[in-house]
Design a protein around this ligand. Structure first.
Ligand SMILES: Cc1cc2nc3c(=O)[nH]c(=O)nc-3n(C[C@H](O)[C@H](O)[C@H](O)COP(=O)(O)O)c2cc1C
Length: 395
């Protein structure tokens, strides 16, 4: 690998030594590499998962599916919850705020043989969600969290259930230790910690020390670390620093799905190859766009692809001019035409490797329901949030 493709933070990091990391199993699922594609609403649909899978072995989690909408057989939700026959194992993330709908959703998924793994999302920081007591507000109520997880595990049979959560609401209200303990007690197969608070959203650096602390607390099931895996070397650093058993990769693979190949390389003891030149990136873009079009038709598929197009081209010299066109594409032919006019020899810009994509920076003051902090022992589900059966977004 050209040394310019190793960022200063990763200089001197060595690929995995033979036997250095135990193979990762999530319940009965043995993973080829200890790597999970993070659930990302509006992104980790079947076409994107298949594209990423083509680069390397990992567990590829669906976008978030609202439990109640699934139970009510909402047509759009059912489509988002679907898998291509080539996807194995099938991993789905549920968003639930109560035991009843979460349990019913799990029962349907398992009884109908729709999935091989279920993750539950308890990290959503979106204001309208936490304001109603959903998402990242749930782990503040340990008894409520335990009830939801228990219902899911009880209905999941042999299908492993994992939970994903953040450090807490903010620096003063940390919930990750309780969440880890509950997951272990209630029979989860693993936990994933996004090492930021809800107040942090996606801002700043993830605090990997919290991952290390969770590893000390949760000893019977694997702890997966999440936050700021931009290069394959980051995954090794995170696992070496924290002792976590695997990594969950979010924004780092947006516009860079070959990150999964690099990860497979470093875990197999190899140095990754150089990132692709623009000609190869363009091929990947066309492949991704074709998959989206085949999945939801050209109109919706190409509109959805616009955001990906901006991520794929980020940092390439002259790309600002292409993006003016890319953000307006309506047809696959539009994309082909724009790409035909670019230089295939352009090398991948090293500085683009660690540029966040998908969510911009900025923090928030987390909104909670009135009086929430005085009722933390309560285990009744947030009714107002439950009434919003439609999909919410974000984690
Ligand atoms: C666009 C976008 C959508 C996301 N949607 C979800 C989601 O539906 N469920 C979830 O648990 N996390 C979601 N997340 C959070 C990611 O799974 C991950 O925890 C976060 O991006 C931190 O990892 P990273 O630093 O590698 O990006 C989303 C993140 C992004 C950028």
């Amino acid at each position: 690998m050209d040394p310019s493709y190793v960022s200063p933070v990763n200089e001197g990091v060595a690929p995995a030594a033979p036997g250095e990391f135990a193979p990762l199993a999530i319940g009965p699922l043995q993973l080829a590499s200890p790597v999970v594609l993070a659930p990302m609403a509006g992104i980790t649909n079947a076409p994107f998962r298949q594209l990423c899978r083509g680069f390397g072995g990992a567990l590829f989690v669906s976008e978030m599916i609202t439990a109640r909408a699934l139970v009510e057989r909402n047509a759009k939700t059912l489509r988002l919850a679907g898998f291509d026959p080539s996807e194995q194992p099938r991993s789905l993330q549920l968003y639930g705020v109560d035991a009843h709908y979460t349990g019913e959703a799990v029962a349907w998924l398992v009884d109908e043989d729709q999935v091989d793994h279920i993750d539950l999302n308890f990290g959503c920081p979106v204001r309208k969600v936490t304001r109603r007591g959903g998402g990242a507000a749930i782990p503040l109520k340990p008894r409520l969290l335990a009830k939801i997880v228990r219902a899911a595990v009880a209905r999941a049979g042999d299908v492993p259930v994992t939970i994903k959560f953040r450090i807490g609401i903010d620096d003063g209200l940390e919930t990750f230790r309780d969440a880890g303990r509950i997951a272990e007690e209630e029979g989860c197969a693993a936990v994933a910690l996004h090492a930021r608070t809800a107040a942090q959203l996606y801002d700043g650096e993830a605090d990997w020390r919290a991952v290390g602390e969770l590893v000390q607390h949760v000893t019977r099931i694997p702890v997966l670390g999440n936050g700021d895996i931009w290069e394959a070397w980051d995954a090794l650093r995170m696992m070496r620093q924290t002792g976590c058993r695997g990594v969950v990769v979010g924004r780092g693979c947006l516009g860079r799905p070959w990150l999964f190949r690099d990860l497979a390389d470093v875990f197999a003891g190899r140095r990754p190859s150089n990132p692709p030149r623009f000609g190869q990136v363009a091929e990947i873009m066309l492949d991704h766009a074709r998959r989206l079009v085949a999945w939801i038709g050209e109109r919706h598929g190409m509109r959805d692809f616009r955001k990906h197009a901006t991520w794929y081209t980020k940092g390439f010299p002259g790309s600002a001019r292409w993006r003016e066109h890319l953000i307006r594409i309506d047809t696959y032919q539009d994309l082909e035409k724009i790409l035909a006019d670019t230089n295939p020899e352009l090398p991948f810009p090293p500085h683009a490797m660690r540029v966040p994509r998908g969510k911009s920076g900025g923090r928030q003051r987390v909104a909670l329901p009135e009086g929430y902090l005085t009722t933390l022992e309560d285990d009744t589900p947030p009714e107002e949030e439950l009434a919003q059966a439609t999909a919410v977004s974000g984690g």
